[in-house]
Design a protein around this ligand. Structure first.
Ligand code: AMP
Length: 485
């Protein structure tokens, strides 16, 4: 059975089992199969052999799941888009992905209520399954192409390692579907006949409602960024009493602080805590380690684990030579979970993807080393950074600032506190003279930038300069600007 058949299988054996809960909406496995089949038939009738992607724009609606499966059952990959994205960012992604159709939850409801009799051909192992957009350093988002084969390799590993109980798990979905962390909860849940419990953004904005929802979720498997768990830990009641069924916390996407893991183990003594690591380009996560007391006692900076079976993870020097244990270099991933590359960007693809003894390989740009058999993540080789688990290229924010008529020069740097990026700061040279105060200018730039970029990419602080300091060879002295914060 391939992954799609595995999901459909639950419609036969447990049609009334709940596949998804989002607010007051519920979707059963029977309905998921019937509706996604109907949507696939409509897409096939309308677009025939045209295999362009299907873009899906929504938030946590059950229709998102129907649309994802409907697209792949018609042989087309989907592009998940969250409504938190500003229109200009959505337009850029649509211009790059050139979808056959953009579906809203309402469209999905209409197109999935009846099915024309048209047999649809599903995506095969080497076909794109989804295309996920991430920040690109020139201001253009990059579309990472993930095949069915990549996804199957990842999910099969998760199922073997975590031994999820079929029909017996509730997965917490905290990440938007446009962020690849959500792929972990979504497909581990659907392939095991479990329930996906979505936490929508209005819940995250209201702590009282959030804790109530968590308490009512019946979650057995927590999937989030460490930042999300840290936020929850602020509330003392966030403990076993609130989540009595919880069996495991799965973290990925950014550094898991030892203190966060320790506090979770104290508050949830019967649950396991896992640290997982990997980029979108290698399908969600490639390494994992269970963080127990012995690991906490031994390491102050936690390991990110061992590679999934069937995939090689190694560390190379600048010449691309594999380094022995304990030496720091760039982390490379080679195996069936590595993406085909960036949609429509052969230049970017060739720069970081390559063939490694017949296997697809990806240079992550992450620095790290092996020690005691574990991989340790030790920062980036470039300026890419993470804020609350979101991947950001400062160059993306700079390019969007420079696109504003009032901005002549822009440099964006992270504000670092206790060794971690806390927010972004933008240094700006304006195009002309102005009478406006710094406060007014900041408000205006933030407002204009918010039309182009998601909220998590907006600089918190703006610093205005007449000119930028230069280095000896005439480049903008970024280090000096950052030091001046
Ligand atoms: P994304 O493509 O958004 O999943 O971001 C991938 C990047 O997040 C990786 O290349 C790392 O820089 C960082 N990352 C992912 N997982 C971890 C982890 N467990 N610890 C530290 N950094 C991580």
């Amino acid at each position: 059975m391939n992954l799609i058949e595995q999901i459909d299988h639950w419609a036969l054996t447990a049609p009334n089992a709940i596949a998804h809960i989002s607010g007051d909406k519920r979707l059963t496995y029977g309905e998921l199969r019937r509706r996604s089949d109907a949507l696939a038939a409509h897409l096939t009738e309308r677009f025939g052999n045209n295999r362009s992607p299907i873009a899906v724009l929504g938030h946590r609606e059950p229709q998102m799941l129907i649309a994802f499966l409907g697209a792949v059952k018609s042989g087309r990959p989907y592009v998940p888009l969250d409504t938190v994205l500003p229109q200009q960012r959505i337009d850029k992604i649509l211009a790059i992905s050139r979808p056959a159709l953009l579906l809203s939850p309402e469209d999905v409801t209409k197109l999935s209520s009846s099915a024309p009799f048209v047999p649809a051909t599903r995506v095969q192992r080497d076909d794109p399954f989804y295309i996920l957009f991430t920040s690109g350093s020139t201001g253009e988002p990059k579309g990472v192409i993930i095949t069915l084969g990549c996804l199957e390799h990842f999910v099969a590993w998760m199922l073997r390692e975590q031994k999820f109980v079929p029909l017996g798990e509730t997965f917490l979905n905290t990440a938007p579907f446009s962020f690849d962390l959500s792929v972990m909860d979504l497909y581990c849940s659907l392939t095991t006949g479990s329930t996906l419990f979505s936490i929508s953004r209005d819940l995250v904005a209201n702590p009282k409602m959030l804790y109530r929802a968590l308490g009512n979720s019946g979650s057995t498997t927590w999937v989030s960024t460490p930042s999300f768990a840290q936020m929850c830990l602020v509330e003392e009641k966030f403990s076993e009493g609130m989540l009595p069924r919880i069996r495991r916390f799965l973290f990925c996407g950014e550094t898991l602080a030892a203190q966060t893991a320790a506090r979770l183990l104290e508050r949830f003594p019967r649950a396991q805590v896992w640290n997982m690591y990997g980029p979108t380009e290698a399908t969600v996560a490639t390494t994992s380690v269970r963080i127990d007391r012995s690991i906490l006692e031994k390491y102050s900076a936690l390991p990110v684990g061992r590679a999934m079976p069937g995939t090689d993870v190694f560390v190379v020097n600048r010449a691309g030579e594999t380094l022995p244990a304990n030496e720091q270099g760039e982390i490379v991933i080679a195996g069936p979970n590595v993406s085909l590359g960036y949609l429509g960007r052969t230049d970017l693809t060739e720069a970081v993807f390559f063939d490694h003894f017949g296997r697809r390989a990806y240079r992550t740009g992450d620095q790290g080393r092996f020690h005691d058999g574990f991989l340790f993540f030790e920062g980036r080789m470039d300026s890419q950074l993470k804020l609350s688990g979101y991947r950001i290229e400062p160059g993306d924010v700079e390019a969007n600032l420079l696109a504003l008529p009032s901005v002549r020069e822009a440099v964006v740097t992270p504000v670092i506190k206790n060794g971690a990026a806390q927010s972004l700061a933008a240094f700006v040279v304006l195009s002309g003279q102005t009478e406006r105060s710094h406060f007014e200018l900041t408000q205006s730039l933030r407002r204009q930038l918010a039309e182009r970029l998601p909220v998590y990419m907006l600089p918190r602080k703006f610093v205005f300069r007449d000119v930028f300091p230069l280095t000896a060879n005439g480049k903008v002295d970024r280090a000096r600007l950052a030091q001046s914060l």
